[in-house]
Ligand binder design. Sequence first.
Ligand SMILES: Cc1cc2nc3c(=O)[nH]c(=O)nc-3n(C[C@H](O)[C@H](O)[C@H](O)COP(=O)(O)OP(=O)(O)OC[C@H]3O[C@@H](n4cnc5c(N)ncnc54)[C@H](O)[C@@H]3O)c2cc1C
Length: 404
Amino acid sequence: MRGDRNPCRPPHRERPSVPRYDQVDPRPSVDIRKDYPVVSADLKSADVAIVGGGIVGCATALAARRHGLSVALLERGRICGEASSAAGGLICAQYDADHDAPLFRLRVDGRDAFPEFAQLLEELSGQSIGFSSGPTIGLARTHQQRQQLLARVTWQRQAGLDAQFLEPEEARRREPLLPPDLTGAAVYPDGQVDTQRWPPIVHRALLAAGVRVHQGTDVTAVAAGPNPTVQTVRGALHADRIVLATGAWLPHLRPGVPIVPSRGHMLAFDAPHLKLGHILHLPGGSLAQRSHGRIVFGATKERVGFDRRLRAGAVREMLNRALATLPALADCPLASIWTGFRPEPTDGLPLIGRDPRSGCYLATGHHTHGITMSWHTGQLIARLLTNHPPAYPLHPFTPTRLTT
Ligand SMILES: Cc1cc2nc3c(=O)[nH]c(=O)nc-3n(C[C@H](O)[C@H](O)[C@H](O)COP(=O)(O)OP(=O)(O)OC[C@H]3O[C@@H](n4cnc5c(N)ncnc54)[C@H](O)[C@@H]3O)c2cc1C
């Protein structure tokens, strides 16, 4: 291993206390443009080069540092500047799962691993990432949806998971803002993180862990084999192993992978006077309130390539859905609308593991749950990079499926 200082835990810092809704400035607490240069130090060789500074690449970088590897992270824009800050930030696994499957288990384990990641990011950065864990509520508004929720809760309980069905009165008692026409609800143990404010915090955590972060560094080509090299617009970098974590853009560096961009629209309302105690999952979207009172709602799923523009019809549909669930939102300022691109695998499964064709490790394709599965994925890849057997049955997700 090349001799970087070991990332073993930095000195413990007190966790910032959780602020009250009305005490927080909604703007991010660090301004990335002021605090960090876009381009960092010269490119130097490393044990591992990670291409893509979304949350999956960042989690992989931190996990690899924990294993004592030197890491260079190459991001063409800014850390977590794409899907990873466009996301709703729900750390959720169970609300839409109708049967057991490897991907469902990866999500559940990802959700359960996430609090450790949140703590690590906060300890390294000294700042809160706005993570909170707590129950979420899935809502049914028709008889058919009620039956579906009941069946979901039944199989998940039989599988040993925490899930509870609520009659409408009980659901409204727990969450008074819910509409009167509910037919049932289900409660699951989940969480959320404020992804809109975490890019500078994740960046700070990476630097504190000794990751060499190169923002503004577009990778143009990779070559694994005996002399693994990453070609960038700023020159070449040599690394023993290369990880591609470029999200929806993976096919640009590794043609032929079944990944396409899935555009999602998000809305945010300024609603500090409303008190939403749970994340709400409705058919066609989820609502969550951040600690500073803002309520976010998302998201659409559209295959339109990399078109970032807002679609009027999508915004109208989302507003209709959000206001039908929480009518009080109609009087709130609409604070912001944005889009982002999920990495959607057309065969339904993420890519986690070594790709025999390119010789690189792939870590992408987490589609709607990439925040939830980020730390778990980073840890799995770090084990592979250090020749440890995966602590998990990874075969459904391995890139070898692309060659068969
Ligand atoms: C609207 C929306 C809502 C979502 N809500 C949730 C949610 O509530 N919960 C959840 O778990 N997930 C959610 N997701 C999904 C989640 O955001 C993604 O699955 C996750 O962020 C993917 O992370 P990533 O690191 O793979 O990709 P990204 O965050 O997109 O990162 C990839 C990075 O690679 C960089 N890159 C690409 N090509 C190159 C190159 N050639 N050289 C250098 N860098 C390159 C990009 O600039 C980018 O920063 C949502 C997504 C969207 C869009």
